[in-house]
Design a protein around this ligand. Sequence first.
Ligand code: SF4
Length: 409
Amino acid sequence: MDVTASPLSPRRKTRQIAVGSVKVGGDAPISVQSMTTTKTADVEGTLQQIYALAAEGADIVRCTCNEVAAAEGLAQIVPRSPVPIVADIHFHVEMALAALEAGVQGLRLNPGNLRKPEEIKLVASEARDRGVPIRIGVNAGSLHPDIYERFGGATPEALVESARLELAYFEEVGFDDVKISVKASSVATMIAAYRLASETFDHPLHLGVTEAGPLPGGLLKGTAGIATLLAEGIGDTLRYSLTADPVEEARAGRTLLEVLGLRERKGLDLIACPSCGRAEVDVIKVANEAQTALQALNVPIQVAVMGCVVNGPGEARHADLGIAAGKKRGHLFIKGKIVRVVKEDEMVEALVEEAKMIMAEGVEARLAARDEGAEAEAEADRAMLLDDRGADANHASERIEKIRRRAEG
Ligand code: SF4
């Protein structure tokens, strides 16, 4: 997929920073982040989770650094992590300094919780000397009380002002290796805050709807906020904040970028019809079985599961591979062309087999090797089904005839 030819608004220009090996901002791919839920002092448990997050598409992982044991853990985690590690700092300047000592590739500071200017400047100077970037992570729920009062609440303007003040402290010590987030749990506030931040700063923006909650609502809130901004060209890195296994956050972030055409597809894209009265199989069951079987192959192809042969292959003709259910049979198609007709109970097996062959030989070779006669067989099934159900399933012509007769009196 050509990710530069996106029909979305052009990406806003931001400066680029480097979180370890991952570039953020400028023309760097939009990156996915997540955060571990283990105690950072539990080195093995945390690393296990980091590896799981990286496998699901996280480019950067954040770990809390809330106590000395956590900082000690980070010193062991950072060199063994497959992705850059950002330390999350709230109240204690000592923890920020300890995390830098541990070798983290980034810090996240919450300006609402770490408030003393001299402490903020001390951390910024240390980060500057080590070449470590900082995220100014403003959060509507923990806004600095003075700003809250001045703006009469956690308004978009208040969130951006909090980031601006923090940035001003950083600039006093010559540090602006910064990305910014202005998260809120209200999607509308978050969208407005990021729009304003994008007009105010040229630093990379880290998108997120904070405290979005459990699935599926959390996923919807996160997507509503993040996708809206991405479609406007705003955002350089993102995190879904879900009350769920953080692997879901990484998966959601990666999937969102893939479906928007902002990152190359890494794995399977399974599409399926929603099913209807025409369906010849239990589409939900077949789609779930196909998803499980194909996901294990880790193939970057689009596969369609369609409930009927009447509309299925045509509607999913853009898919690399698909199956549509017919008269107790499945029509296997590649790019909309029928290549094989299989028994209904062999549909998933046939999909997996064909997916493996597509990966080994390519789409064109598999099209060339299609069963002669498959198309004719499929056409016969289609004709039979249309006869059974009637091409005009909603009896539209009959109704139109009645309307005309009535109109003619
Ligand atoms: S592909 Fe067939 S079964 Fe599925 S929604 Fe369309 S018409 Fe209905």
